[in-house]
Design a protein around this ligand. Structure first.
Ligand SMILES: Cc1cc2nc3c(=O)[nH]c(=O)nc-3n(C[C@H](O)[C@H](O)[C@H](O)COP(=O)(O)OP(=O)(O)OC[C@H]3O[C@@H](n4cnc5c(N)ncnc54)[C@H](O)[C@@H]3O)c2cc1C
Length: 313
């Protein structure tokens, strides 16, 4: 039994690197058992492959270095994985934008069911995954010859990025389907940590009232070294951009500390943050459902509480 993990790469012409989500996916692969191989597909990714070879528990790194795989275009990467998949019992990728873009195509081309966003491995063919926005957990068993799985990274603690010494093997195959081309990307620039990987997240909701008031959260976050997130209501109202949305249709986060400010705690928001280790809620409505999941709750006006908290910090 050998598991292929499709590495997610942080894009950037000079500083491409393995995304942290890959380390959680390797942890899921380790729970399945057997050898773990990691596929690094991209352009000029020799350095990335070298760093992937150091990931604890990885036996081999396959590196497909070709212009066709730049920017993880799924039309090109999926056929590569399909070609490799025949030698594997499982193909895993993190449930990131890239993983969710590529793996369904792989499953379709292999004519197997994809198992999405697993949060635990029960055995080599049985997995747990959330359904109904996390209100129920399904246990699913697969009889597919190759199990194609995306991994909810918050369900697995990352393996160490260092300590391994895997062999690196170049893959010559280049698949350019010619169906899509990379045009441009607009990257949100921020000095704060990445929302999905941050240890502390401060999130704001409709209670903030407008985008300008998010400045209270930005300065609180800077004191804590935190990322800033938001509810969908805050995003829909135009207070903040949608890459800050946490929840069922936003990002799934599980930091050490999640501070929800002026967020009611709708089930779709909880779906994105309820696995956080410690949850703090600030809300003026003591009946707000966020208090049902909060470890620490402060009933009060956020415009008084947040500046006071900052002052104390
Ligand atoms: C299919 C679907 C998908 C969805 N996906 C998501 C998702 O991914 N993420 C998400 O967040 N939502 C999602 N939603 C929306 C979700 O149902 C809620 O509407 C949304 O989360 C509410 O955001 P909110 O808590 O900021 O706003 P509200 O529910 O309006 O809550 C605002 C809160 O702020 C408090 N407040 C107001 N003023 C103050 C003050 N001065 N001090 C302290 N507290 C104050 C209020 O008491 C209230 O509890 C989805 C909905 C659907 C139908």
């Amino acid at each position: 039994m050998t598991v292929l993990v499709v590495a997610d790469l942080l894009q950037g012409p000079e500083n491409a690197a393995v995304a942290p989500a890959t380390l959680n996916t390797v942890a899921a692969a380790a729970k399945i058992g057997g050898d773990i191989h990691v596929l690094v597909a991209g352009q000029n990714v020799g350095g990335v492959a070298e760093s992937a070879a150091k990931i604890a528990g990885v036996a081999k790194v396959l590196v497909a270095d070709n212009a066709a795989y730049a920017h993880a275009l799924p039309e090109n990467v999926a056929p590569l994985i399909v070609e490799l998949a025949k030698g594997y019992s499982h193909v895993l990728a993190p449930a990131t934008s890239n993983g969710k873009n590529i793996l369904p195509r792989v499953a379709a081309l292999l004519d197997v069911d994809q198992i999405s966003e697993i949060i635990s491995v029960e055995s080599a063919d049985t997995f747990k995954r959330p359904i109904y926005a996390g209100n129920a957990i399904a246990t699913v068993q697969s009889s597919a010859a190759v199990k194609v799985i995306t991994v909810r990274t918050t369900g697995f603690d990352a393996v160490p990025a260092e300590g391994g010494a895997a062999a690196v093997e170049a893959i010559a195959a280049a698949h350019d389907a010619g169906q899509s081309a990379f045009v441009a990307e607009q990257l949100a620039q921020s000095d704060r940590p990445d929302l999905s990987a941050a240890k502390v997240v401060v999130s704001g909701g409709r209670g903030l009232g407008n985008g300008d008031n998010f400045k209270h959260l930005y300065s609180l976050a800077d004191k804590l070294g935190a990322a800033v997130g938001a509810s969908r209501a805050a995003v829909d109202a135009g207070f903040v951009p949608n890459d800050m949305q946490v929840g069922q249709t936003g990002k799934i986060v599980a930091p050490q500390l999640y501070i929800a400010v002026g967020i009611s705690g709708a089930i779709q928001h909880l779906a994105g943050m309820k696995d956080s280790k410690v949850i703090v809620a600030i809300n003026k409505d003591e009946e707000a459902p966020i208090f049902q999941v909060a470890d620490y709750g402060l009933v009060g006006d956020l415009f008084e509480a947040v500046p006071q908290l900052q002052e104390l910090l």
